[in-house]
Design a binder for this molecule. Structure first.
Ligand SMILES: [Zn+2]
Ligand SMILES: [Zn+2]
Length: 80
């Protein structure tokens, strides 16, 4: 059983998986982990629709970092 219950989060370009590092910076000067708030700055509440990968530097829409649905499909395919 390799099924995961949590959402898989990784870069859609290079598949880097975010840790809890506060890599992302807002124009208000705040630095935080954008995946802890789904792309919303905790200080000024600005929503950032795109998230840049610190490894490959590709800017991708925030929701494209979440891969739970793709993982569920893969589990179904592997289970049959
Ligand atoms: Zn990347
Ligand atoms: Zn901010």
């Amino acid at each position: 059983m390799a099924r995961r219950s949590s959402v898989d989060v990784f870069c859609p370009s290079c598949r880097w998986e975010p840790t809890n590092v506060a890599f992302w910076g807002c124009t208000c000067g705040c630095r935080w982990n954008t995946f802890a708030t789904a792309g919303v700055c905790p200080r000024c509440r600005r929503r950032w629709p795109d998230t840049q990968c610190p490894v490959c530097h590709v800017l991708s829409p925030h929701e494209e970092w979440y891969h739970r649905l793709a993982g569920l499909v893969a589990d179904l395919l592997n289970g049959h």
